[in-house]
Design a protein around this ligand. Structure first.
Ligand code: SAH
Ligand code: SF4
Length: 418
């Protein structure tokens, strides 16, 4: 029997990068996940074994409508086919799931353990019906174990990069939530790639996952109900634009000025603000779909009048919308969330410039809903000396950025190579 997640060993800590999600792990199960197969791949696998194509439909129904977890759940199939499928594939790539509820049960923070003991998170949020809008159940999912970008306000960034998720590991987070909702007679309405990882740095698997989620013969979500958030991987954004309007694009901007964005999103040293916004603008024009920008609000760092003016100037005349998100408290950063009046002043400044703004309320703070927080907690504390060095560096870099100076890239950071 596998131990419950809470008793898993803690990952080892690397003094330079903090806790490491690639800590002690088991070998990865070599069988691919069944839910990661396209209908063509499934038909080809069956054809090699001399099996009829209609079996592919039955398997897909068991995976996507029946939300199968085990070989026994592949109902309606002959016993030997079930056994052959189980030998070749994992019916579920998630070995174990732990759920914590918050917001009176309206937010479920979910920690998943994968076959190699690595942990990823998803968050299920229920939004009650409002005037003109039906009730929604939105799932925030992960695309990687950890993240290489290393934004210093993000719990996942603190973990560093573990590995890419395979397609089935991405969609099995959705099947898990759908299973839980089905128990209440509900259906998932929206999926957002805003969990752990940078989706555009694992783009092939993410695109295959979106293909499965939006295929009417598989999960069947509308393309408008899937959102991919990126920290600004420009070549990936251009690739998405070439594919056309298959989902909504969100860009994590957080600062309109390069010196500050270098600190908050280290990838900015490789693809600076102007290039990111140009790619988002081209995407909006080519697809006719509004791009939304995320702006995490950090007190005294990126929430000033000057930042609001710079952002309004940058987005002037664009088909854009800005989401302001008060920073969720994250261990080991020297910063605090902006207070309500600071967020309102910032929003008012943008609205005065004709830009649409939403202030996003943080959900499930008490259970650490900023994705990566549960996994970071589980990874254990990094050594105090490393935390101290990191805080001092961030204080110095953000102070330099406020003076308009660019700091050199930190060793080992995402911006270093560029
Ligand atoms: N890597 C992608 C998607 C995952 S992060 C990206 O950065 O866009 C999803 C969103 O959560 C991003 O907008 C990110 O900036 C935000 N986020 C990360 N840490 C946060 C925190 N501590 N408080 C509030 N939002 C946070
Ligand atoms: Fe990675 Fe996004 Fe977190 Fe930045 S905010 S470290 S890109 S997951």
């Amino acid at each position: 029997m596998t131990p419950p997640i809470a008793t898993l060993p803690r990952a080892g800590a690397d003094p330079a990068r903090g806790p490491d999600p690639s800590g002690p792990t088991s070998p990865r199960d070599p069988r691919p996940g069944l839910s990661g197969l396209t209908p063509d791949e499934l038909r080809a696998w069956l054809a090699v074994r001399g099996l009829a194509a209609y079996r592919a439909r039955q398997v897909a129904d068991a995976v996507w409508r029946g939300l199968a977890r085990t070989p026994e759940d592949l109902r309606g199939l002959p016993r030997d086919l079930r056994a052959a499928l189980a030998a070749a594939f994992r019916v579920d790539t998630i070995v174990e799931t732990e759920v914590r509820l918050a917001d009176g049960g309206r937010t479920a923070k979910v920690l998943h353990r994968l076959s190699d003991d690595r942990l990823v998170e998803s968050v299920l949020m229920r939004y009650p019906a409002r005037a003109g809008r039906r009730e929604r159940d939105t799932l925030c999912i992960s695309s990687q174990v950890g993240c290489a970008v290393g934004c210093p306000f993000c719990a996942t960034g603190e973990l560093g990069f573990g590995r890419d998720l395979e397609t089935a590991e991405i969609v099995d987070q959705v099947r898990d939530a759908a299973r839980r909702l089905a128990g209440e007679g509900r259906r998932l309405t929206n999926v957002v790639f805003m969990g752990m990882g940078e989706p555009l740095l694992n783009l092939d698997a993410v695109l295959a996952a979106i293909g499965a989620l939006t295929d009417s013969a598989r999960f069947g979500l509308g393309a408008r109900h899937v959102t991919v958030s990126t920290s600004g991987v420009v070549p990936g954004m251009r690739r998405l634009t070439a594919l056309g309007p298959q989902f909504t694009l969100a860009v994590s901007l957080h600062a309109a000025r390069d010196p500050l964005r270098d600190v908050l999103v280290p990838l900015n040293r490789r693809w600076p603000v102007a290039e990111v916004v140009a790619a988002a603008r081209d995407h909006a024009r080519a697809t006719g779909r509004r791009v939304s920008y995320e702006h995490v609000m950090i007190a005294g760092i990126n929430d000033t009048e000057r930042d609001a003016v710079a952002l309004a100037e940058l987005l002037r005349g664009d088909l854009a919308h800005v989401n302001l998100i008060p920073m969720n408290p994250v261990a080991h950063t020297p910063w605090l969330a902006s207070d309500g009046p600071a967020v309102e002043r910032f929003a008012a400044r943008l609205r005065a410039a004709g830009i649409g703004v939403t202030v996003r309320r943080n959900r499930g703070q008490e259970i650490g809903a900023a994705c990566g927080q549960l996994a970071a907690e589980r990874a254990g504390e990094p050594p105090p000396a490393a935390v101290d060095r990191r805080r001092k560096r961030l204080v110095a870099e953000s102070a330099a950025a406020l003076r308009g100076e660019r700091s050199p890239a930190a060793p080992g950071s995402a911006g270093e190579a560029g």
